[in-house]
Design a protein around this ligand. Structure first.
Ligand code: FE2
Ligand code: FE2
Length: 386
């Protein structure tokens, strides 16, 4: 039997996943799709509990006899690597051929996966086209991998532009997710109050702020913004900060990143260093935009946006949360796990480490360092006990 494996967090599973799975069966000579919800990543607040994700996946696929679910990853203590999962599955499905489904956006990362050479030998791959990767580029990668002996097939799939993170946002804003998520999964989400733990602001206001920000920044920057919102809310819950203020600060922190700063000359109180450095201007301009368009005058919220770029002396808890969430949101590259963990434990110690890291980063890029940075490092030094 030909079995194709579809792994993911499924947080939540949606019709895009199901349509893809059906298409793989129809077009790739596959007999069965094995859905494998991932275990919880090391930091358990990152995703919905593995039990909920498993349950949602299970009920989403139950009317299709060719869809099955596996608990192989959620039953493990630690987050599993693909190679380990494939090895385990080989023991279970001795007689069968295994295919691993990936999106074309993953092709460039495979070589970095654990034991990737071995992985490429151990199973075949079904590569799904993605809106953000051209067929040409994907096929080039496939050719290279095939040269190395890998078995890969490309599937130009129905491109349903649905993402789990947008579904979570819709739930927050009280928008319908009908037809995007299977009906029984919607019932599960409602019954267990999933994705609802967000601010208490008026839903229409959240809604208009969200779409306002989304319309002003490029898609990639908006994904980062969503990550900062999620991370900031997580930190707010841990440290007892007001969720509404955190939500607005995080949502707007990068709103003006791509705006034309010249238009606002004279209106914004940029310091002499910011005037020279364009990439630092978006903090204060972002606060101005929020004030102008939504009449938000809460100084703490405005300051959290104004000073998320370089910080300032005596930052409030909200300001620290936005500054830090910007650095440690889950979309950021590896290497900041220690800082992320510290953010959960102690915001001041985290500020110290964050300032050191960003100073090194700025030096590495050959840019000038804002004079405030060394002062701040001194301020937070007292929180670190050597
Ligand atoms: Fe920023
Ligand atoms: Fe940012």
């Amino acid at each position: 039997m030909n079995i194709a494996i579809l792994g993911g967090t499924f947080d939540p599973i949606h019709t895009g996943h199901l349509a893809i799975a059906q298409e793989v069966i129809d077009k790739m000579n596959i007999d069965k799709i094995l859905f494998i919800p991932s275990g919880n990543p090391p930091h358990k607040n990152e995703v919905t509990s593995k039990e909920d994700r498993f349950n949602m996946t299970k009920i989403a696929i139950m009317d299709n006899p060719k869809f099955e679910i596996s608990d192989i990853e959620i039953n493990k203590q630690n987050f599993s690597y693909t190679i380990d999962t494939i090895n385990d599955l080989h023991h279970k499905y001795i007689e069968d051929n295994l295919f691993f489904i990936i999106g074309a956006d993953n092709l460039k990362f495979i070589s970095n996966w654990k034991d990737s050479k071995n992985l490429l030998k151990k199973c075949s791959f079904i590569v799904l086209s993605r809106p953000d990767v051209s067929n040409e580029d994907a096929l080039k990668y496939l050719k290279d991998f095939k040269k190395q002996g890998a078995q890969m097939k490309y599937l130009e799939s129905v491109l349903l532009d649905i993402s789990s993170s947008n579904i979570r946002d819709r739930v927050v804003m009280d928008q319908s997710i009908k037809y995007i998520v299977p009906e029984n999964v919607i019932q599960y989400i409602n019954k267990h109050g999933l994705y609802k733990q967000y601010p208490t602001l008026d839903k229409d206001l959240i809604n208009s702020m969200y779409y306002f920000v989304k319309s002003k920044i490029p898609k990639k920057r908006f994904i980062h913004t969503q990550g900062v919102v999620q991370m900031a809310l997580e930190l707010a819950k841990i440290h007892g900060e007001n969720l509404d203020k955190v939500y607005i600060g995080a949502l707007f922190h990068d709103i003006s990143k791509k705006m034309h700063f010249e238009e606002y000359k004279g209106k914004i109180d940029w310091d002499s260093f910011e005037i020279e450095q364009d990439h630092l201007k978006h903090g204060k301009l972002g606060a101005y935009i929020l004030q102008q368009h939504f009449n938000v005058n809460n100084e703490d919220i405005l300051n959290s946006i104004r000073f998320h770029t370089v910080g300032r002396p005596n930052m409030s808890r909200l300001e620290k949360i936005i500054y830090l969430a910007d650095m440690v949101e889950y979309g950021r590259e590896d290497g900041i796990e220690e800082l992320r963990e510290l953010c959960r434990k102690d915001l001041d110690k985290a500020m110290y480490l964050a300032l050191i890291i960003s100073k090194d980063y700025v030096i590495g890029k050959g840019q000038k360092i804002h004079p405030i940075v060394d002062k701040l490092i001194n301020e937070y030094k007292s929180y670190i006990h050597f």
